[in-house]
Design a protein around this ligand. Sequence first.
Ligand code: ADP
Ligand code: ZN
Ligand code: ZN
Length: 715
Amino acid sequence: MAFWPSVVVATPAHSGVGASLTYRSELSLAPGSLVRVPLGAREVLGVVWECPAEPPEGLTEAQTKAVAGVLEGLPPLNARWRQLVRFAAQYYQRSLGEVSLAALPPPLRDLNSVQLARRLKKREKQQAAGAPQALAAGTSTDIGPDLSDEQREALQALEAAQAPVLLYGATGSGKTEVYLQATQHVLQAQADAQVLVMVPEINLTPQLEARFRERFEPLFGAGALVCLHSGMTPAQRLASWLAAHTGQARIVLGTRMAVLASLPGLRLIVVDEEHDPSYKSQEGARYSARDLAVYRAKVETEALLAEGGDPAARCRVVLGSATPSLESWHAADQGRYLRLSMPARIGGGALPRLRLVDMNHQPKGAVLAPPLVAAMAERIARGEQCMVLLNRRGYAPVLACHDCGWKSACPHCSAFRVFHKLDRTLRCHHCGFTERVPRACPECGNLDIAPIGKGTEQLEEQLASLLADVKRPDGGPARVARMDADSTRLKGSLEQQLATMHSGEVDVLVGTQMIAKGHDFRRITLVAGINADSGLFASDYRAPERLFALLMQAGGRAGRDAAFVSSQGSESELWVQTWTPQHPLFAALRRHDFPAFAAQQLGERESAGMPPFGHQALLRADARTQQAAQAYLNAAAQAAEGLPHRDEITLYPAVPLTIQRVANVERAQLLVEAVSRAALQRFLSAWQPVLLECRSLPQARGLVRFAVDVDPLAI
Ligand code: ADP
Ligand code: ZN
Ligand code: ZN
């Protein structure tokens, strides 16, 4: 007796290899089993998709190879997981093999059964050692703080919800506490339940991980919570993945990649800061982890209901934010999501008052308006902290020669290299190309080359000098620190910088958007956004949405401790320096009125047929010449004539990307628009083989790669 398992292996997206390959096996293999199979000259990891006892028609024994081995000791990946990855592959137009295998931790590809058994044993031992004394399922010990009325109502509504929940809560309204208690209830109700908590960037918010560990390790043991994100070593990722897959881990705290982890007991998914663009992958399958989370909860719930058992059993999903994405907000408007609001801050603190500074009326060349500097000085003298946001790292975005007009262009990209003063380098933020700053102009030899524009390094330097005479209450000098991708590159440096902020050692924190995210600093009473509106001049229709979210989130770092603010006799403020103070966004921001802002933006989007009212995809092409990239795209558009649903689709002409050349590759894209999601999906599927064929057209010579981005975030 032989079986003919169809096995999914890691195939490049456009290799032309079908969805799965057929092998032979003496044993019947459960779907979802992990196997090692020969592929060409190699042996690779694969996932069994089906295992029929009959060979597919036309296939003989001689044409198939035998499965080389099964990873024993590992339960198969369940049907819900397989449905999730199949959906992700289809929806985002990638191969099933690519998506399935990319969802598995890399080292799994190299382990044989013996090595795997060893890992599993080691985990079990650790688990046994870390398990707390008795805590049977069903016991309930509420260990968090007493919830506010708003929190309690939100929690109850969430726990009864039949639809995805949009938890719309002001910054500091206690959303995290709601996640914690919802998690606790789910885990205590059922011994094998699991919870997935997703955050945009774990590394930025070590505080959140600490809060979850502190809460749940005493209840469920040291191995109950694992993390899953790209900053971990492959071995760590494997360990976390195994713990999740075998059910030993009850909570997985991770970034977008965690949405594809195997979690057989999944009952709750939390997507914190659901508006954050980092939930959308920008490579490979360009999936939205937020959208997949919603789909995943639906699949899990359907399976639970189909199993019979408890009719109330569900896998719930909560999307939380103070500034939800307009997609989620619209879904709640339509009743597809359940909106729960928590407008008040814990402790009754007020949201910061907006102070708009019209830069048209400030002294020429001032980076910081004098009234802002004065306000900061006052606060520092009172022992309060300030935060200054500038979304541009380095010292200056360009270095230039005023004699001959030379600028620090990157030789490999259509962009300028940024001047970093600390290590005296010119660095390209797109391709990484770095050189020492030349002593003289490379073109004309002029010694007087000067920076143009400001970055965080320079802002830090200027603030330190502007505040040089300001004294803290303890008599010490004001201290300014900077936090951005440069200052946090070394391991542990971010934690250390956050610690100096929490301890009050630092008075002013300067940084890029990473300082705006999620931190619970207790003594900040003033937040300032410098040059924040530069994004508004970009052509991206999402720019106002992003800016509003950024400023609300940044402002949300101010005045989080109501008791502190009032004991100071102070009031928290959000200062925004802008060249366009009349923009309607600021009126809504002044009132902290996200609903009004969202309604206005959604109105504009609706009349323009933009998402979420229309649906988009991008076809991107990278090539050795811009001409080839665009020719490929335009040829693909022409070849789309006659495809199913073509008449419901608008294909725009190919255009270069804003930064059209990166690392010597020319980039172009073509926008695909449709009124209905279904039509877009069917069209894209039909287009896929055409896209492959068009690669070999003569005008596409020099094409390096193409990719489809469904529901792109930036166009
Ligand atoms: P958010 O996630 O909405 O920004 P958090 O959950 O971080 O808000 O809560 C803000 C602060 O209030 C945190 O310091 C948190 O510990 C505290 N907090 C939250 N809920 C409560 C509560 N019910 N009682 C007391 N303190 C709370
Ligand atoms: Zn010169
Ligand atoms: Zn470059």
